[in-house]
Unconditional design. Structure first.
Length: 413
């Protein structure tokens, strides 16, 4: 199998590979998580190729299972997996074993096998697994393999990756094209017409909704479930309160229990379709229960489902893009609602460092500049503060608040 992987023409996503490789020789299980079609499996193969080419692994200390391939249909449960592994052991003489199991959720009692490996081989083994998140939620993972893992969230393409895949420069024209629908890597292997790409995105959405969410959660009110998702996606960038949702339901002559709506939104969050960012009062440190925002994990699926008007949506798209860049770089995010009534779009925290971000389209008037800079001016600490926009130059001179073009935000992360 390793020879087949080595022959594959794989475009490396080096941002993830370099990060994951830091954890080689650690006792932690490496878990790759994300929704469908972001090339989790491809990243796994890229890591295998890297380790093989650097002589870190050899063919006979390499145990690989991919449940999406018919070759492994006979492996259905823990006993089958253990039997396959014992056959592998007879042919290996290496002191260290690398185990790679792709789409592990399709194997019954897989956790018994993983825990058995850890108990028996301890420091002599490296374990990598992936799964489709709808069948095994990240919140459930710790109940299967306790604390002994580190998870890596695999995101759709960043703008930098998009340009690398396209072998092109990071220009405004490319950025605008990227914002439309270029987040999923498989699109680069297709006819580049809008019709083909749009159809592909809709099919991915249908797979996630019908196979992963509706069936898994046994949802009966399917039409409303879909409508609620589209409503929420239409309101990215805006505060979404329970009152707004109730007003929407009333306008559609829909009567549902509050718990039903909250459960539906929770399903979208669990499967990495929507992400809720909480509002916090910086003085009291209390969370607002009703004034929060939802962002799309996959901006391009959003654009394929919501009536897309670039001129009207550009503000939403840029803020959602900044959200994704911050999450991609492992920041925890909150919204700050200051006592003055002003709002800071993102408070980003990582490794005991805090950064503040305001996002807008263009700083095209003094009123706009005052609106974006004023909330940051109320924060008196010494952490980094940034106004992010599409402007090429900084029209506001401030010693302690920096302006940055949205395409270059990765430079300050």
């Amino acid at each position: 199998m390793i020879q087949e992987i080595l022959k594959e023409n794989i475009i490396d996503r080096n941002f993830y590979i370099s990060h994951i490789l830091k954890y080689i020789n650690s006792p932690l299980i490496k878990v790759l998580i994300w929704q469908r079609r972001v090339w989790k499996s491809t990243i796994l193969k890229s890591i295998i190729k890297h380790l093989y080419n650097s002589n870190s692994i050899k063919e006979n200390n390499f145990f690989y299972i991919n449940k999406e391939l018919p070759l492994y249909d006979h492996i259905k449960n823990y006993e089958d997996l253990k039997k396959e592994f014992n056959i592998f052991l007879k042919n290996t003489s290496e002191w260290k074993i690398f185990v790679w199991i792709d789409e592990i959720q399709d194997i019954i009692w897989w956790e018994k096998f993983i825990n058995w490996l850890l108990a028996k081989y301890a420091e002599k083994i490296e374990i990598f697994i992936t799964w489709s998140n709808s069948f095994l939620l990240s919140s459930e993972l710790s109940t299967y393999i306790t604390w002994r893992y580190i998870d890596f969230y695999i995101y759709p393409l960043s703008f930098k990756e998009f340009c690398n895949f396209k072998n092109s420069l990071e220009t405004k024209e490319n950025f605008i094209e990227y914002l439309k629908y270029w987040g999923l890597p498989a699109i680069f292997k297709m006819d580049y017409s809008d019709e083909v790409i749009f159809s592909y995105l809709v099919s991915v959405y249908s797979t996630i909704v019908l196979k992963d969410i509706i069936q898994y959660n046994n949802i009966k009110n399917i039409n409303f479930f879909k409508d609620l998702y589209k409503y929420t996606l239409s309101n990215i960038w805006n505060i979404v309160s329970w009152k707004k949702i109730k007003d929407y339901l009333k306008s559609q002559n829909i009567s549902l229990w509050n718990d039903t709506v909250l459960n539906f939104l929770h399903y979208w969050e669990n499967t990495f379709i929507l992400n809720k960012v909480y509002s916090v009062n910086p003085d009291t440190k209390k969370y607002f229960e009703i004034y929060n925002k939802f962002y799309a994990w996959d901006l391009w699926l959003r654009n394929s489902l919501v009536w897309f008007d670039f001129k009207k949506d550009i503000w939403k798209l840029l803020e959602n893009y900044v959200f994704l860049e911050l999450k991609r770089n492992w920041y925890n995010l909150k919204i700050w609602r200051l006592s003055s009534g002003k709002e800071i779009d993102f408070i980003a925290e990582k490794n005991w460092i805090t950064k503040y971000f305001q996002v807008c389209y263009l700083l095209w008037s003094e009123e706009t500049m005052n609106r974006e800079y004023a909330p940051l001016q109320e924060i008196k600490d010494n952490w980094g503060k940034y106004v992010v926009s599409f402007d090429d130059i900084d029209l506001w001179i401030s010693e302690w608040i920096k302006h940055i073009n949205v395409m270059k935000i990765s430079e300050v992360l």
